[in-house]
Design a binder for this molecule. Structure first.
Ligand SMILES: C[S@@+](CC[C@H](N)C(=O)[O-])C[C@H]1O[C@@H](n2cnc3c(N)ncnc32)[C@H](O)[C@@H]1O
Length: 244
C-alpha cells in the first residue's frame, strides 16, 4: 500500500492520530490492538451474542483505538453480495484481524454459512479466535494461521463468496491464485474492501473490470470509523480464468 497517500490533507487528522496512538502504545508496552480489543470483548460482551461482540468491537474502535475491521458501515455491500448468491454460501476471507467481518458475515449470511478466514499474524489469529469463540461461532468459522499465498494452494472446493481484506497489494496476485487453483467458479462473488483512491488499488480494479472474466461494480463507502472516502468492488466471476 502506498502510505504517502495517507498524508493527503483530508487524511492527515486520521493519520496523525493513529501515529500518535502507535507511539504511545509502543512507549507504554501496550499489547497489540487486536488483543486489547479481544480483552474488551471478553470483559463486556454477552457470551454467544454475535451482535453484542460486534458492538463491543465498535466501541473499542471508536473510544480506545481505531481498528481496521470493516465496521458497521459496510452492511449494504455485504447484503448486495448476498443477494447475488443462492443457498448458504461457503465463504473465504483473506485477512481475519480481530474476527469482526467473519463474525458479521456468519451472523447475517445464515446459520448454515461456513467461513474459512486466513490470517498471517499470530496475535490477530488469537484475537479472532477469541472473539469468534465468545460470539458462539467457532463451529462455523475456521481461522487458518498462515500467509494467503501459502494457504490458498492447499484449500479445496469452490468458494461462493470471497472477501479480500488483507494487504491491498496482494489482492490481484491472490485472486489469480484462486482462479488457478479453481477455488472460485462461475457465479462466485469476490468482494474487495478498501479499493478507494487512498489505497491505490488501480491494478486490481483494472484486472477485474477489463480482463473479461468478471462483471464488476464499484460501491462508494467510507474508511471504517471515519468519514474518509473509500470504495468496495463487487465482482462476479464468469469463469475462464487461469484454472480453465
Ligand atoms: C484490514 S485487516 C482485516 C480486517 C477484517 N477482515 C475485518 O474486517 O474484521 C487486514 C488483515 O490482513 C492480515 N494479512 C495481511 N497480509 C496477509 C496475508 N498475506 N495472508 C493472510 N493475512 C494477511 C493482516 O495481518 C491483518 O490482520
Amino acid at each position: 500500500m502506498q502510505m504517502w497517500r495517507f498524508l493527503a490533507p483530508s487524511a492527515l487528522g486520521f493519520t496523525s492520530r493513529n501515529m500518535w496512538h502507535a507511539l504511545v502504545d509502543r512507549a507504554t508496552g501496550a499489547p497489540p490492538r487486536a488483543l486489547r480489543a479481544m480483552e474488551h470483548v471478553a470483559a463486556h460482551a454477552e457470551q454467544g451474542n454475535p451482535q453484542d461482540v460486534l458492538k463491543r468491537l465498535d466501541e473499542f474502535a471508536t473510544s480506545v483505538r481505531w481498528m481496521m475491521s470493516i465496521g458497521p458501515e459496510k452492511d449494504k455491500v455485504i447484503a448486495e453480495a448476498r443477494a447475488r448468491l443462492d443457498g448458504d454460501p461457503r465463504v473465504l476471507e483473506l485477512g481475519a484481524y480481530a474476527g469482526y467481518s467473519s463474525i458479521y458475515m456468519a451472523d447475517v449470511l445464515g446459520p448454515r454459512t461456513s467461513i474459512t478466514s486466513v490470517e498471517v499474524s499470530a496475535d490477530n489469529v488469537r484475537a479472532a479466535r477469541g472473539n469468534i469463540e465468545h460470539a458462539g461461532l467457532a463451529e462455523r468459522i475456521e481461522v487458518v494461521h498462515g500467509s494467503s499465498s501459502d494457504v490458498i494452494p492447499n484449500l479445496e472446493g469452490i468458494f461462493d463468496l470471497v472477501f479480500l481484506d488483507h494487504w491491498k497489494d496482494l489482492y490481484l496476485k491472490d485472486l489469480q491464485l484462486l482462479e488457478e487453483h479453481e477455488l472460485i467458479g462461475p457465479g462466485s462473488v469476490v468482494v474487495a474492501d478498501n479499493v478507494g483512491e487512498l489505497f491505490g488499488a488501480d491494478v486490481y480494479l483494472n484486472y477485474v473490470r477489463n480482463c473479461g472474466r468478471y462483471d464488476s461494480t464499484n460501491r462508494p463507502a467510507t474508511i471504517e470509523y471515519t468519514s474518509l472516502p473509500d470504495a468496495v468492488e463487487i465482482s462476479v466471476y464468469r469463469g475462464g480464468g487461469a484454472g480453465g
